[in-house]
Design a protein around this ligand. Structure first.
Ligand code: FAD
Ligand code: NAI
Length: 328
């Protein structure tokens, strides 16, 4: 019987590793604590349609990722997003067009990871709490006391903090992961019955509690019934207001949005807030992957590379490549 490889995390890094291993003929088994795939690249179903509350768009600079995104585009999972971009600085809002190609999942960000998940064996709503070594193989324990295994290798594809807690059996990797700080982001969505009177479709924000805003209907394939906006707070503001109730976060960021647009803003007909505790790495690293090949443990994710969708995908590829290389 072939002993499968366990992959913890079905974000873009875990799915990237899964695809590469499957293509090389390996048997894999995925786990995720959430009810679906995508992690920080997922969308949330809401009364205003599916909303991208995490990754807003992605860029592709590495040749390998450019080719992968072309494949997604050909399959209808991703399309270019060409927003009217603005910049807000020192109280001034000004158009800020550029030539950068930006991609989004269609009809929502989750479409990409959902398609990549394919028919891989996966257990959702399964939070892994321990990775431990048996006589020859690895086993995983989940939060409900379930035991999974045996596995020949383990790939941990979670944010750094969650990876650290799973790395008791690989202390060298644990100490590297423990040194990575990840910062939070408060994200909110505001939906208006009457479209806001602005041509703006995306905005990079400075000198404000806000960091970024995006007009949902400007992305291809989105529901256009309401004029829905996704707003992200800065890491600093999010840290400072980490435990604020969601209603208060919505009120404060709605106020910052009105200030930015310099106009009275109607009350939204729908709003929601989501707190990403481990949104982005505080610093940048170029590890690609953390590996203990003799133990058979690999750690990947955006924090091992660029803190972006592209970095997460490349990190997953690197984990698979290193594992396959060690088997040869
Ligand atoms: P994740 O997507 O975090 O996946 C990890 C998975 O592991 C999750 O599904 C989680 O549920 C699961 N998991 C964690 N612990 C366990 C456990 N113990 N057991 C089982 N499962 C577990 N990037 C861009 O390129 N462009 C952007 O515009 C952009 N904007 C962003 C805005 C926000 C608010 C956030 C939060 C992120 C943004 N990013 C952006 C970053 C991008 O989303 C990430 O770099 C990328 O999605 C990370 O993928 P990943 O697979 O490394 O991790
Ligand atoms: P990108 O090239 O569009 O943006 C990179 C940065 O360049 C932007 O953050 C912005 O500061 C600046 N910039 C780019 N175009 C601009 C324009 N037209 N006008 C003014 N400033 C402009 O995309 P890339 O490199 O793929 O980065 C991804 C984005 O994801 C970044 O904006 C980053 O901040 C964001 N992100 C947010 C996270 C969060 O938790 N909120 C986590 C990870 C990434």
């Amino acid at each position: 019987m072939t002993v499968p490889i366990a992959i913890i995390g079905t974000g873009i890094a875990g799915l990237s590793a899964a695809r590469a291993l499957k293509d090389a003929g390996h048997v894999i088994q995925l786990f995720d604590k959430s009810r679906g795939s995508g992690g920080r690249m997922s969308s949330k179903r809401s009364a205003a349609g599916a909303l991208d509350l995490g990754a807003q768009y992605f860029t592709a600079r590495d040749r390998r990722f450019v080719e992968e995104v072309q494949r997604w585009q050909l399959n209808g999972w991703a399309e270019q997003w060409k927003p009217q971009l603005y910049n807000f600085q020192s109280g001034q809002l000004s158009p800020s067009p550029d030539e950068q190609t930006r991609w989004v999942g269609t009809p929502h960000m989750s479409a990409i990871t959902r398609a990549l998940l394919d028919d891989f064996p996966v257990e959702f709503s399964c939070r892994i709490t321990e990775v431990f070594q048996g006589k020859q193989h690895w086993n995983l324990l989940d939060a409900d006391g379930g035991n999974h295994g045996p596995f020949s290798h383990v790939i941990i594809a979670t944010p750094a903090h969650q990876a650290t807690t799973l790395l008791a059996a690989a202390p060298k990797l644990a100490s590297v992961a423990a040194g990575v700080k990840m910062e939070p982001t408060w994200a909110i969505a505001l939906a208006f019955d009457t479209p806001l009177n602005t041509p703006m479709e995306g905005c990079f924000v400075q000198d404000s509690p806000l960091d970024w805003l995006a007009r949902n209907r400007s992305k291809p394939g989105r529901d256009t019934t309401l004029d829905t906006w996704v707003l992200h707070a800065t890491s600093a503001w999010s840290k400072e207001h980490l435990d604020l109730p969601k209603e208060a976060v919505i009120e404060l960021l709605h106020g910052a949005f009105a200030e930015l647009l310099h106009c009275p803003m109607p009350a939204p007909s729908f709003s929601l807030a989501h707190r990403w505790l481990y949104a982005r790495p505080a610093g940048s690293h170029e590890w690609g992957v953390l590996a203990d090949a003799d133990l058979g443990v690999y750690v990947c994710g955006d924090w091992c590379l660029s803190g972006r969708v592209e970095g997460a995908w490349l990190s997953g590829q690197e984990a698979a490549r290193r594992l396959i290389e060690h088997l040869q």
